[in-house]
Design a binder for this molecule. Sequence first.
Ligand SMILES: O=P(O)(O)OC[C@H]1O[C@](O)(COP(=O)(O)O)[C@@H](O)[C@@H]1O
Length: 404
Amino acid sequence: MQSLTLTRYPTPISPPRLNLYPLRQIAASVLSAPTAGINRRDMASRHQSTSFKPLAVGRNLTGDDDDGYCTLIDFAGSGGGEGKNVGEDLVVLLYHLQHACKRIASLVASPFNSSLGKLSVNSSSGSDRDAPKPLDIVSNDIVLSSLRNSGKVAVMASEENDSPTWIKDDGPYVVVVDPLDGSRNIDASIPTGTIFGIYNRLVELDHLPVEEKAELNSLQRGSRLVASGYVLYSSATIFCVTLGSGTHAFTLDHSTEEFVLTHQNIKIPTRGQIYSVNDARYFDWPEGLRKYIDTVRQGKGQNPKKYSARYICSLVADLHRTLLYGGVAMNPRDHLRLVYEGNPLAFLVEQAGGKSSDGKRGILSIQPVKLHQRLPLFLGSLEDVAELESYGDVQQTVNPGYEV
Ligand SMILES: O=P(O)(O)OC[C@H]1O[C@](O)(COP(=O)(O)O)[C@@H](O)[C@@H]1O
């Protein structure tokens, strides 16, 4: 696997402020977060930024009317959603992961990324994966180095590596990741995203040879996910996550370099009025899918409204809109990957009250058999995805490969 060294990357990514402190100190401040919530004064002293006044954010965790705010790490440290006990290890892992995503956010917005974005690197592996772009590789290196630094990860399985990378024998977690999805859009500044899923390490496999346990740990069913999420790099950088208790989104505040809670407990509408698909492929679709789209376009479906089409062709961005507005985001051909795209996003959608499907069955119940396994993917509002599934024949089996 070809790799670029981060030191050669020309963008002046300044080290994050928090990294100036030893990890022990970060962990102590993170982990001493009071479970009852975090008030504004705590936050101000933690960030040494008394002038910061956040814009409207989601419900204050303290439950009072103070204009307090809550960062991703505070939120995770104080339970990550109702009735949850998020372990310290997971909070530390999230801390490092969000740090990686801040660096990727700088990278994709950098004036120096255009040459990196344009070049494709030929993959010599011959595996069933697209040729990675240098930006993908740099993002992959950033995530891997953050996961290593966390000390909490046994193995990372990434879109950018043929096989999983073993990191640490006693790391409690397994991370699956697509470091930079939608990078084909980067030259036009169209949104991109990072997708991740977190599993517990399967300790019962500890005795196996490294390669074998790395693979088996990475091929867990989505129903075993402990946490998952995406980071959307768009007009705002949004970190959307579930720790197994609801789906929550945090927006990067560039004045403090913190992800601040902006959408607590996202509930995807049970019905939407938008479908999201590359419908230039209409004539390659099976009968059922054509019928479904024809029906909802005309307002003749279960929801007697004419649907609109929206398709960015960037999975994270299309899903983010679907989470907020409802409807269904789909790619009916065998293109998206089960392990590091389908499963993490399905868990997130289901935690928001939505539904996931490959057209026939729920995504989270599928047993992966290989790391880069592809599948048709349908995610969205409960009733819209159920209606679509009821057409039966919705998976595109003709997949000639498309040039754009
Ligand atoms: O070409 P299609 O079928 O519309 O697929 C587009 C999808 O492919 C993706 O770009 C991912 O594919 P890559 O991993 O090859 O970039 C998604 O972001 C997007 O939703």
